[in-house]
Design a protein around this ligand. Structure first.
Ligand SMILES: [Zn+2]
Length: 426
């Protein structure tokens, strides 16, 4: 049924102009409000009864809810409650998001008003809209929904997720209302153009025992400073070029911890295939053989304005420029499960080359060919195994690992064979 049909049906039931009803409906639908809920909202706006012609929502177990279920009623345990402010129909509005569970499964929800439930509460939610997000059903709890207290605790195998406490390594894009204990490793202040004009934000790196992640504090707090050990409650996680980022909103609360949070010095070691499938990772370590040193390695020239690598004195952005000399390596790394391109900056490149920038320039002059530098690097790297640590981004240009560390592997082949056998055995 198309929107015209719904608008006509509503307009004749309410005795109002069809175009007005249609505009209201479209407005709601573009914010992914489920159709049934949008119709109820429009009915209420024009003084109609909200539920007169709606079938009673079905009571369902979470595991049985499908994306096309319309409206449902559920009896659930609240796992997490995250608070966020969004702009909806031109107005700033505070919404709550998180996860609900019963014995059959877990489902994400958005509540358009504060129903007052907290993590750990057992509640009965009536007439929640079901919408689809990324192929999965989600619950939309709006003005037409009811939330009541369930006296008996709802049993769920997911009760260890109540409250949203998490380690950094477990955070995923889309997580809401999470609680993390972290140490601030790096922080800097930046000015950006936001929806309310210029604002100052903080960004940097957080760490715990399991890993490190970039973060943004949208409402800079003085306690977020380098070295601070903090409990951050109600953070949400977004993704940037495949890497999860921790976000502190105006609703995030912060507690300074007396005990310093232990942080790891090592990055999680992953198979290349796993790391690439994860869609990017901040601070990861892989082990692989260099198959090839790609074009654009060795001596290169960069645009003085934007730092992009230029070809024949031409920057893609700035046209003809006076290029600045630099060195880098783009090495294809393979471990049998996948490949990625490890990108070595100036310093790592001079290390693997075994000479300075001046040495490289001199070698190129002697040979009257810049390529001798890349050739020399290739002769050292290709066929050998390296341990590479850095930030992995995955996008339409491929999987690139910006290396912070690049070292020839000293793993004993016998140890590695044992490790593989142990893994196979487990
Ligand atoms: Zn440029």
């Amino acid at each position: 049924m198309d929107i015209d049909h719904h608008a006509e049906e509503l307009a004749s039931a309410l005795g109002v102009d069809k175009e007005e009803v249609k505009a209201d409906l479209q407005n709601l639908l573009q914010y992914s409000v489920p159709l049934d809920e949008a119709k109820q909202s429009v009915r209420r706006k024009h003084g109609g009864s909200s539920s007169a012609s709606d079938a009673a929502p079905l009571t369902k177990r979470i595991g049985d809810i499908g994306p096309n279920d319309g409206n449902v009623s559920v009896t659930v345990r609240v796992l997490t409650v995250g608070t966020r402010s969004i702009v909806y129909q031109g107005d700033e509005q505070t919404i709550r998001e998180g996860e609900l569970a019963d014995e059959s499964g877990v489902i994400s929800y958005t509540a358009w008003q504060d129903f007052g439930f907290e993590p750990g509460d057992s509640v009965v939610i009536g007439n929640a809209g079901v919408r689809e997000w990324d192929g999965n059903p989600e619950l939309n709890i709006g003005a037409a929904s009811t939330v009541g207290v369930e006296k008996e605790t709802v049993e769920t195998p997911y009760d260890d997720r109540i409250g949203g406490e998490a380690n950094l390594i477990d955070l995923q894009a889309g997580d809401r209302g999470r609680v993390v204990d972290v140490r601030v490793l790096e922080v800097e202040s930046r000015t950006i153009s936001g929806r309310n004009g210029e604002t100052t934000i903080l960004s940097g790196v957080l760490a715990d025992e399991t890993g490190r992640l970039p973060f943004t504090d949208w409402k800079p707090r003085p306690d977020v400073k380098e070295g601070a050990s903090l409990r951050l409650s109600d953070v949400y996680v977004r993704e940037f070029r495949g890497v999860p980022q921790v976000n502190l909103s105006e609703f995030t609360t912060l507690e300074t911890l007396d005990e310093p949070v232990e942080v790891t010095d090592s990055a999680p070691r992953l198979k290349i295939g796993e790391a690439v499938d994860a869609g990017g990772m901040f601070d990861v370590e892989v082990l692989g053989n260099v198959l090839e040193v790609r074009d654009g390695s060795g001596l290169i020239e960069r645009c003085p304005d934007c730092g992009r690598v230029i070809q024949n004195g031409q920057c893609r952005q700035h046209g003809e420029v006076d290029g600045e000399d630099d060195m880098r390596v783009k090495a294809i790394l393979d471990d049998g499960t996948g490949t990625l391109t490890a990108i070595l900056d100036h310093d790592l490149t001079t290390e693997v080359y075994g000479g300075t920038m001046e040495d490289a320039m001199a070698a190129a002059r002697d040979a009257m060919d810049k390529e001798v530098v890349a050739d020399e690097i290739a002769s050292k790297l290709v066929g050998r195994e390296y341990r590479v640590r850095g930030n992995l981004s995955v996008d339409e240009y491929g999987a690139n690992l910006e290396a912070d560390e690049f070292e020839e592997s000293d793993d004993d082949p016998a140890d590695r064979a044992m490790a593989i056998l142990t893994e196979v055995g487990a």
